[in-house]
Design a protein around this ligand. Sequence first.
Ligand code: PFF
Length: 457
Amino acid sequence: MANLPSGNRDSFSSKFGVIAAAAGSAVGLGNIWRFPLVTTQNGGGAFLMLYIGFIILIGIPVMLSEFTIGRRAQLNAFGSFKKLAPKSPWYLVGSLGIITAFAILSFYSTVAGWTLEYLVQAVSGKLLHTDDMVSNFAGFSSSSARPVIWQLVIMVITGLVVYGGIKKGIEKFTKILMPVLVILIALVVVRSVTLPGAGEGIRYLFIPDWSAVNFKTVLMALGQAAFSLSIGMGTLITYGSYIQKDNHLLKTASQVAFTDTFIAILASLMVIPAIFAFSVGSVDQMSPGPGLVFEVLPNVFKAMPGGVVFAVIFFFLLCVAALTSTISVLEVVVAYLKEELKLSRGKATLIASVSISVLGVLATLSFGVLSNFLIFGKTIFGLLDFASANIMLTFGALLIVIFVGWKLGKINFLDELSNQGQLKSSLYKVVFFIIRYIAPVAIGIIAVAALFIKGIT
Ligand code: PFF
């Protein structure tokens, strides 16, 4: 029987392991290079309140939808839909998830590779002796050998962790690295907020400016919340399938969302006050993404007493944040190949890693030799980024909530959430109501808007 779970399916061994793995997926480059600037530029505390509202109102229910699908089916994202809705086209949502994972990892690994280069540049002292950070980054990212080598190093590390399996690979790795990540961010935060002039940045970050809030800001808050929680592509379905049957899913999802938000706020306290303290430019003019971490922040470290140490810590933590996300994405594809094509974990990991790397190398080279190779007016990297983050993830999330709200249904959902009636909470019905009626409308608006308005997700 192709789709029956095997009796000895690997699983997370502890509650902390589940949280570390899922929060590891959630906490990534999005928290560090996007959230701080997007928040500061869009109303500070006002954006933060909207963001937290969306995390609670939409993010946690969608995360619960994914956990429920995976844990109920005990299968990968594709197999889960096939099992829960046999003889129907819902398995296509699973296929979309696998394709999205493939696309995301191929460009996310490019960027994760860049963090390694910068870690090495920081350790060797080269980075802080660089005069022009913009041309340093442009020179590196448009070259061929180094970015590709670093990307492959990321893919090898990611592959080795995933090859280790759930307990001995993903859980072990994230259980160690997530606390390390929090400690390292906290260290940089202490440095940043105690710099002379940091207070201005902290005020700018937290004081709500409601006049900066408009329709686009609201959409951005929701888009960022969704991307940051890693919802919409089957990561959490796949991880959900490894969560034990007695786990309190609502509690777990809330703890993961809390951790992700807490780290995003910490990351903001790490980045924004330091930018203000050294007046390296106006935050309103900066664009979130590579420019912030590879051009602006190196200048900050250069100006900072003890900057070398903080630069090393920063690029190491960036690399950790990226790796705990890349493993969650690779696992989506590996679980699919392993269970649907009946491959061993080793073979599945090898095939997934190699094929994603092939596309990934093309994405990396699209900053250099392939920069003139455009599809729909975008480079390969740009297209993969746009198609997966702006289109596939949002449509995936939309279809997932429609599936749980309208196909899997209330009885099955409540049964899974309550551990077959053992847990009681009046919130369960509220969550289902949101999944059935509110989340599809909210995500539907984003899905359409993201096609037309730049910078939402
Ligand atoms: N949540 C990650 C971040 O904020 O960087 C990105 C991500 C990872 C998105 C895994 C989607 C995913 F499946």
